[in-house]
Each structure stands twice: as C-alpha cells, then as structure tokens.
Design a protein around this ligand. Sequence first.
Ligand SMILES: Nc1ncnc2c1ncn2[C@@H]1O[C@H](COP(=O)(O)OP(=O)(O)O)[C@@H](O)[C@H]1O
Ligand SMILES: [Mg+2]
Length: 260
Amino acid sequence: MSELTNEHSRSANATDERQRGGHVSSAPLLHVDDVDAGYGDVPALRGLTVTVAEGETLAVIGANGAGKSTLLKTIAGVLRPTRGEVRFDGRVVTALSAHQRVGSGISLCPEGRRLFPSLTVEENLQVGAYARRPGPWDLPAVYELFPLVAERRARPAANLSGGEQQAVAIGRSLMANPRLLLLDEVSLGLAPVIVRQLYAALPRITEQGTTVLVVEQDVHQAISVADRVQCLLEGRTVLEGAADRIDPAELAAAYFGVRR
Ligand SMILES: Nc1ncnc2c1ncn2[C@@H]1O[C@H](COP(=O)(O)OP(=O)(O)O)[C@@H](O)[C@H]1O
Ligand SMILES: [Mg+2]
C-alpha cells in the first residue's frame, strides 16, 4: 500500500544507547525559555516558552505567520533570539552555531525541503551526515525506511516528485542521528495521500528514541502523530494540551484567534 515508506521491516531492537543507559532526567530535553525573536523590526516570537521531554512528540500548530518556522530556526541556531534562552539536554545552547547544534543532536528538516537540485539523492543524503553522531541512521537505514528514495538514489533531486523530495529531506536530517528532530511542514504542497505516507514513517523514527517536534498547518495530521499539541498565534502560545484530549472546537478558535 505505502509507496514511500517501508513500514514493516525494521525492528525496534536498535533502541538508542541513551534509552538503554537508563538515564532518567527530570529536565526536558528541549527548553525554549521565554524567547523573543524576529527579523529586524518584525517580531515573530514574543516571550514564547516551549518544552519537549525526551522521547516525546510535540506538534506546534498555527496559521501562516504564527511563528512556527521562526521557532524551529531559533532552536536549530539559524536565528538568534533577542531575549530568552534555548536549553538542550540541560545546557544553554543559545550561543552555539547551527553546525555545533547538529553535532549536539539537533537536526532541522526545513520548510520547503531545501535540497541541492543538481546533486543526486544520495549526495543530498550525505550532506546530512557532515556532523554525524553515532547512531542507527545511515544510508542503508534511510533507504530501508523510504524504499522509493533508494530506487531514485542516482537521480538528481530536481527530478523527483514533491513527496519524494520531502522523503529525501527527512532522510537527510536523520543522517545526522539527531536526538531532537525538527520537522517543518512536511505536508507543504503535497497531496493528502502522500502526506499520510510520509507521516507513516514517524513511528519508525521515534522508536529509535528520537524526540520529535513537528510544525504543521495541517492540524489533523499533526494531532494524529503527536503526544502533545501547542498552538501559536502571533508568536505566543494560545492553547496547549494532550493530543488525545484537546477540544477540536477550542483548537480551531485558538488557531484562528477567535475569542470565545
Ligand atoms: N525572513 C523574514 N524576514 C522578515 N520577516 C519574516 C521573515 N520570515 C518570517 N517573517 C515574519 O515573521 C513572522 C513569523 O513567520 P514564520 O515563523 O515564518 O511563521 P510560520 O512558519 O508560522 O508561517 C511573520 O510575520 C512573517 O511575516
Ligand atoms: Mg513556516
């Protein structure tokens, strides 16, 4: 049934070393603490706090312009906050470069995929391994997760469909063996059936112990994969809660900024 994703063949026995180590920390893996960020005079995040526990999947949702991509850029070190701190695994990483953050285990799959169009699929995947940490993800593992990507490995990325390109982009971010995977609008511009196939890969990623923060405009898709949901409006949190307990009407109102 699933063309993009191989849902069956990988077992859970490659459980991440960190999980087996039995290290239980009360601090969240990620703590974005009271952050302001923006672009010149344009504020995008206003005193925003986001926490994600190790092993958890958080969906951050919100309308276009809510600040979702700015949040991920701030966590990945592409953008520096003007106030507040980003802590990862108990350490302040606000001053670290994006490259250093990849090395410490933060990997961003950016909005719009950002592949190198003239490089082959395999070369694009290898780009993701430049600050590679030890772990389960390498070329064979990514090809097993996305069999269609394996078939396209020698083709220029530009020749792939949008869904295939998104699979390559996710694969590239996995190649770093992140502890925290940041996924920015996987669904952007893709047909619902393709979006479902891509999200079907997520349990296979989280079973490795990887913590995931997904950003989506597609609320239903986000809620279906997440443990917890946080809704942003104009750079602030307007609603948060457990994904299986959030009230759809309340969420819709928060999403569109409707006072109830
Ligand atoms: N490169 C940029 N330069 C100036 N303003 C920007 C830039 N990127 C985003 N913004 C503004 O920052 C706010 C948040 O944008 P963004 O984080 O991209 O939202 P989202 O990802 O939720 O759609 C918006 O008002 C947007 O117009
Ligand atoms: Mg965005």
